[in-house]
Design a protein around this ligand. Structure first.
Ligand code: PMP
Length: 546
């Protein structure tokens, strides 16, 4: 029998104190002019780029999202990740020490944590053996104090979509809120539950920009639902819960859409197939998400093997229903290849010799904060963000011609000049190179390059472990665009000293831009040759001897 929601829904289930709450009113809410001389919010009047508070109502973000999702703006709550929405749903609807929420098992851990934080009882209905929803078991857990049911589809960590008819049967039976968490929905190809919101006022859908949109660091997530339900979440949230950068980046991203969704889905299927063929793998569960749940003969041994070789997956082997399983997120193709290679080598002696082609270095000083990730298989696109366009262009030469994909993210003191940023990127890149070639047992050690383009550049490299540097390059001007030419020798000498390798550079030519580019290209080519796997025994190092 269907239990209709009460006529005064959602007030029928909102906490009494929240119904009575007068929400915080921001300074700008009260004036509501939108322009002028702002002397109302005790902000600092001097522009730092961030001196004004962000829009507390996320108006532009919601306008863009509403268009794409086909809902009204007042049906959207925007939060600091969808984790904020999980917490707020519990805070608005559940009376601490009295009420309870329901979910499934296994599932995403935050529902339980958010319930405990709010002193709310958490009850879970195990999924069936095939991870499908047991609606009867779930409905049996309901009592008069049950306010919210969280269902995750596609479910984390099992990866499967819950059957829609079964989920809707729960929505129809229950007079509280049913929250369907679609964090991984974009990977499923299913239309999801947003189109059903108008039909079911007690349904709430969670989505996030952290997964298919690739914006986890921005912390932007959404709840979609009946405008009255959403208005309660908005009343309780922190006034400025989404910072301005996150709002702006989210808007841009929503307009662009995800460029990587199709590749991640096709990689998921490729990895699934690859895993299925490996003898250590007992089962790969079907996935509609960006991860695979995989049952191994020896899950903890496999977890340690992967970890020891720099591949970090999630051990779910102690989770009810997932015994013996690891949860593996889908990476870039080269990362997935390495995963498959390591798993296929389980128990074989040769494994100790496998080199890790992925290096990550983070360095934070008063002048710069840098994260650099290098993939020495060259697999994948580079992402260069030093804040100096010309320098990014030069680093791109190292990446393209060196067969190294680079993710370089820098926040540097460019208001002073480019010096610290260029120098510190060289230190970090040198460090990454050194870590790679000292761990990789098998490289050629020497590399060289011959003239290129109309300019000639010759770069000699010796990865023998001793820093050395010589520079014979004359630039005609002092700057290329805004970039000071003296920084080139500084970049390369710092790189050689941080990387502990010998680098000799010579270049001649007419055009400074071409000459600089030729040097970077030649360096990249020489590096690629030096790193190419060969027989290191053929060029023995005298390190430690002379
Ligand atoms: N829901 C599920 C099912 C998740 O797996 C996650 C993150 N792992 C979240 C929500 C939280 O995402 P967000 O980054 O938007 O807080």
């Amino acid at each position: 029998m269907t239990t209709p929601i009460s006529e005064n829904f959602p007030e029928s289930i909102v906490r009494e104190n929240i119904k009575r709450l007068t929400p915080y009113s921001t300074a700008r809410d009260e004036s509501n002019v939108g322009y002028g001389t702002y002397l109302d919010a005790n902000e600092n009047p001097y522009n730092t780029g961030y001196n004004r508070y962000p829009d507390p109502h996320h108006k532009i973000l919601k306008r863009e999202l509403a268009l794409i999702k086909g809902v009204n703006e007042d049906m959207i709550f925007a939060g600091n990740g969808s984790d904020e929405a999980i917490d707020l749903v519990i805070r608005v609807f559940c009376e601490p020490g009295r009420d309870n929420i329901l979910s499934i098992s296994p599932t995403y851990g935050m529902y339980k944590v958010a319930a405990s934080i709010n002193d709310i009882e958490y009850r879970e209905a195990p999924l069936k053996d095939d991870f499908s929803l047991d609606s009867q078991a779930l409905l049996k857990l309901i009592d008069k104090n049950t306010k919210v049911i969280f269902l995750c589809s596609p479910n984390n960590p099992t990866g499967n979509l819950l059957d829609k008819e079964t989920v809707l049967s729960v929505v129809k039976e229950f007079k509280g809120l049913v929250v369907v968490d679609e964090a991984y929905g974009d990977f499923s190809g299913d239309s999801g539950y947003i189109p059903l919101l108008k039909e079911y006022p007690n349904l709430v859908v969670l989505q996030t920009m952290s997964k298919s949109m690739g914006m986890a660091a921005l912390r932007v997530g959404f709840a979609f639902g009946d405008s009255k339900v959403i208005s309660y979440l908005n009343r309780v949230k922190y006034p400025y819960n989404l910072n301005r950068v996150s709002q702006e980046m989210a808007i841009r991203r929503i307009k662009e859409g995800s460029k990587t969704l199709a590749e991640i889905i096709s990689e998921r299927e490729r990895v699934k197939l690859g895993l299925t063929e490996l003898s250590e793998v007992l089962k790969v569960y079907d996935s509609s998400a960006n991860f695979l749940l995989v049952k191994f003969k020896e899950a903890s041994g496999m977890y340690n093997l992967l970890l020891n070789n720099g591949v970090i997956v999630r051990d779910r082997s102690k989770t009810n229903g997932c015994e013996g399983c690891l949860r593996i997120s889908i990476g870039k193709p080269a990362e997935n290849d390495r995963l498959l290679m390591l798993i296929s080598n389980f128990g074989k002696e040769t494994l100790a010799a496998t080199e890790n082609p992925f290096v990550e270095v983070t360095r934070i000083t008063r002048e710069t904060a840098i994260t650099l990730k290098a993939d020495f298989t060259g697999g994948g696109l580079s992402y260069l963000n030093t804040g100096i366009g010309f320098f990014d262009h030069m680093l791109d030469q190292i990446s393209t011609h060196g067969g190294i994909s680079l993710d370089v993210d820098v926040s540097g003191d460019l208001w002073v000049d480019v010096h610290h940023t260029v120098e510190d990127v060289a230190i970090v890149l040198g460090d990454a190179l050194n870590r790679y070639f000292t761990s990789a047992g098998n490289y050629e050690r020497y590399g060289f390059s011959l003239p290129m383009d109309e300019s000639e550049a010759t770069v000699l490299i010796d990865l023998g472990g001793r820093a050395g540097f010589s520079w014979k390059v004359d630039f005609r001007g002092e700057k290329i665009g805004e970039f000071p030419c003296e920084m080139f020798s500084h970049f390369f000498s710092t790189l050689a000293s941080a990387g502990k390798f010998t680098l000799n550079v010579k270049a001649e030519g007419e055009n400074d831009h071409h000459k600089a580019e030729a040097v970077f290209k030649a360096f990249a080519r020489a590096l690629k040759m030096a790193l190419a796997s060969g027989n290191s025994q053929s060029v023995p190092s005298s390190k430690g001897i002379i």
